[in-house]
Design a protein around this ligand. Structure first.
Ligand code: A3P
Length: 276
């Protein structure tokens, strides 16, 4: 009998912990959890459940520490994690490149004005005594200027200047290694956005329309099932919060503030996200 059997090493069948192939680097409050949970529906994706913060907080612990935070994967599976603060932390691009210059980078972006309000809403929800929390309008503008001078030192405003943060990443990574996911489209048409994401990661298009249903009470797409959860369910209560009322003049001024930065971002990415 001349049949030749291909030798399969036992080790290639055994899941092991590996450094990530792809990262969701941001942007905070744009739909990063939704993207990661949708990706986890794919059998060839394994992702760390919580934010690891290796490149911004725990870098001193070393790559071996980081590897141990990753789920075990088989050869050919994509290992991932998401930590949204990576996008805005200046040391991170260089560090990611040092780990692996071919790391694929996913960035979810959303209208920076809505993103800032979402960020503020999250901070307010974490405050024990909410009556001490200043209003969004108070924090977004320099005191005594009414709604005219935007306070660019305030985190929720600063994070939304996407073009500035992106410039730092493009010093280390070519544009083709980055995928920009529209946070708005991830809500409106999750399957379409997930098709782009799976193509980018070199995965078969397994996550499709049939994985989602629109929950009209929540006002968001939810999942028919996921690993370990065979019934339909939505993301947790902290995703899709009600935002407070914000003065329309403040919103208009913020929109005006972001317009040139948004246009620059559209030019850099080659995508018109439709915010301005
Ligand atoms: P809001 O809570 O302000 O509506 P992140 O995961 O990066 O913190 O982003 C949170 C945002 O994800 C939510 O902000 C919500 O708008 C958005 N999102 C996108 N898809 C969602 C989904 N299917 N369910 C709930 N929230 C979703």
């Amino acid at each position: 009998n001349n049949t030749k059997y291909r030798f399969i090493s036992k080790n290639s069948l055994k899941p092991i912990r590996r450094l990530p192939d792809a990262l969701v680097i941001g942007v905070k409050k744009s739909g990063t959890r939704a993207l990661l949970e949708f990706l986890r529906l794919h059998p060839d994706v394994r992702a760390a459940g919580s934010e690891v913060h290796f490149f911004d907080k725990y870098y001193h612990k070393g790559f071996n520490w980081y590897r141990k935070k990753m789920p075990p994967t088989l050869e050919g599976q994509v290992t991932m994690e998401k930590t949204p603060s990576y996008f805005v932390t200046k040391e991170v691009p260089q560090r990611v490149k040092q780990m692996n210059p071919s790391t694929k980078l996913l960035i979810v972006v959303r209208d920076p004005v809505t993103r800032a309000i979402s960020d503020y809403t999250q901070a307010a929800s974490k405050k024990k005594n909410r009556s001490f929390m200043q209003s969004f309008e108070c924090l977004a503008f320099v005191k005594g200027t009414g709604f005219s001078v935007v306070d660019t030192s305030w985190g929720p405003v600063r994070i939304g200047v996407y073009a500035r943060h992106l410039t730092k990443w493009l010093k280390y990574f070519p544009l083709k290694q980055l995928l920009f996911v529209s946070g708005e489209r991830l809500i409106r048409d999750p399957a379409a956005e997930m098709a782009r994401v799976q193509d980018f990661l070199g995965l078969k298009r397994v996550v499709t329309e049939k994985h989602f249903y629109f929950n009209s009470t929540k006002g968001f797409p939810c999942l028919m099932k996921s690993e370990g959860r065979p019934r339909p369910h939505c993301l947790g209560k902290t995703k899709g919060r009600n935002h407070p009322y914000i003065n329309q003049k403040a919103i208009e001024r913020l929109k005006e503030f972001y317009r040139p930065f948004n246009l620059r971002f559209y030019q850099m990415t080659g995508i018109n996200f439709g915010w301005s």
